[in-house]
Design a protein around this ligand. Sequence first.
Ligand code: 5GP
Length: 137
Amino acid sequence: MSIFTRIIEGQIPCHRLLENDLVIAFLDVNPLCPGHALVVPKEAKVHLHELSEASAAALGAALPRVAAAILAETGTTAYNVLQNNGALAHQAVMHVHFHIIPKYADGRGLGIGWNAAPIDHAAGAALAGKVAARLRG
Ligand code: 5GP
């Protein structure tokens, strides 16, 4: 059982922001900055791609609402939404969650390393074709 399931079941306290049948949102216990929040499906899956459509839809509905309320109360206008999948991708709690992280004018918030390079169009076209075919079923 993940630490977030224990929060959902009321075994561990949290600073709750929103809760419905499918989703809970609360403040991160070790925030990058004030207002750093987590939006969590009650469905206990490790990775985003494992979620039911109902959980995914409920998360999609909750995220903008939680973000808007955090912006309003922190006085920020910028924020990042972060969602890690797998230990290699810095996931520490193995229960799906989205971070909402306000970005303050003084730099507090999420720091990002973005080592981008121009796409290889031949490889990109080949991959896009395969993924699109998989998505068409
Ligand atoms: P990730 O798995 O995406 O790396 O991040 C997990 C996040 O969960 C961290 O930011 C961490 O501070 C937060 N976290 C871990 N345990 C608890 C907890 O018991 N309560 C709350 N509110 N946050 C937690």
